[in-house]
Design a protein around this ligand. Structure first.
Ligand SMILES: CC(C)(COP(=O)(O)OP(=O)(O)OC[C@H]1O[C@@H](n2cnc3c(N)ncnc32)[C@H](O)[C@@H]1OP(=O)(O)O)[C@@H](O)C(=O)NCCC(=O)NCCS
Length: 183
């Protein structure tokens, strides 16, 4: 992960999406379906408690990027057996995880390291929350091969037989944030 001049964008902050303040209509990334999700579905999913949506904003209005988090259950059989052994996981059918369902950066903020900033923000929040409600991995749904390549750079592992799904053990996430006490 290279050092990037994220400080060029002033006062970037993560905030829960607030439809009264954040301008969803102006958001445009490389995936039209992720623009549409933010405009048409995100606030409904918040209301229905299907997803928590966080935006990255420089001014409390402009959306530079967003991500969504939800609770999730991994089918134990989807995990590589070596990993189950390595982590000494119990033999449950399903295991607790966190779903990073969507992540996107506005084209206006391209080239400033915001994809990485968004991913690190999401992983940090997932790690912090895992102390309150246990989660042993962050699972992502990569929208295409580009997204898969992006996630693999950060150590995400493909789930066999689930072409778009990758995961990162929470143990690995914890190593990225040694200052967070995860017990
Ligand atoms: C994927 C996405 C978030 C990346 O954002 P970004 O702002 O371009 O990413 P960054 O500039 O922070 O790049 C971080 C690192 O990932 C790399 N990277 C970025 N996009 C990549 C891709 N498609 N494939 C491989 N690596 C990629 C960068 O080269 C950089 O690595 P470096 O530090 O070694 O130079 C952005 O392209 C996007 O919003 N795409 C549309 C939505 C999408 O595909 N979301 C992801 C899955 S749902």
């Amino acid at each position: 992960m290279a050092d990037r001049p994220v400080q060029e964008v002033p006062r970037l902050r993560f905030e829960p999406l607030d439809k009264k303040r954040h301008d969803r209509t102006a958001f445009s990334c490389e995936q039209e379906s992720l623009d549409r999700y933010l405009k048409e579905h995100a606030t409904q999913e918040i209301k229905k408690r299907v997803a928590a949506v966080y935006v990255l904003t420089p001014d409390d209005k402009t959306i530079a990027g967003y991500y969504t988090l939800s609770q999730y259950a991994i089918e134990a059989g989807d995990l590589p057996p070596e990993l189950v052994q390595l982590l000494h996981l119990p033999k449950y059918d399903k295991l607790p995880a966190t779903l990073l369902g969507r992540l996107a950066r506005s084209k206006k903020f391209k080239g400033r390291g915001l994809g990485e900033l968004l991913l690190m923000g999401a992983l940090k929040r997932a790690l912090e929350q895992s102390r309150i409600i246990a989660s042993l991995a962050v699972v992502v749904d990569a929208i295409d091969e580009n997204a898969r390549a992006f996630y693999r750079r950060y150590g995400f592992i493909d789930i066999p037989d689930r072409p778009n799904r990758l995961f990162l053990p929470m143990k690995t996430v914890a190593q990225l944030f040694p200052d967070i006490d995860t017990g």
